[in-house]
Design a protein around this ligand. Structure first.
Ligand SMILES: [Cu+2]
Length: 148
């Protein structure tokens, strides 16, 4: 009974890994913010090398209370942002999360992060699998002002 169950689990995990492997992550990063910052912004590019459209339908992290996918808009000269329900990455295409547009909103960190730390985010895909992404925290000029 137990060996058969573990074989099933191995097959299940292998299937998840195969699907997630069609998405490649590039340029993942989180600009360093003041230690008291209630939110951080995560940026990355998702490249779909597979033959099917992949949708990212959610995100989470053990290191934050919540993770949301946001998009920024300039409205009446003011930068605002709102949650996006899903990211759609077409087969052979890519979607970039970059300053001024789409970003991962990392909400209420459990501890402060400094340059050199790594933030781990789990992206939930539409087929039920998850993709782990490591985003290095970087110092520098990648400033984005968030208005919540
Ligand atoms: Cu945001």
């Amino acid at each position: 009974m137990i060996p058969r169950l573990s074989l099933l689990i191995v097959l299940f995990l292998t299937t998840l890994a195969a699907r997630a492997a069609t998405l490649q992550i590039q340029d993942a990063r989180v600009p360093e913010a003041p230690p008291v910052a209630p939110v951080l912004a995560g940026y990355l590019t998702l490249v779909n090398s597979g033959e099917k459209t992949v949708r990212v339908v959610g995100a989470s992290s053990d290191q934050f209370e919540a993770v949301e996918i946001h998009e920024m808009h300039m409205k009446d000269g003011v930068m605002t942002m709102k949650p996006v329900p899903a990211l759609t990455i077409p087969a052979g295409g890519k979607v970039s999360l970059a300053p001024g547009g789409l970003h991962l909103m990392l909400i209420r960190p459990h501890k402060p992060f400094r340059a050199g730390d790594t933030i781990r985010v789990m992206l939930k895909l539409d087929d039920g699998s998850t993709l782990a992404v490591n985003l290095p925290v970087k110092a520098g000029d990648d400033h984005t002002h968030h208005h919540h």
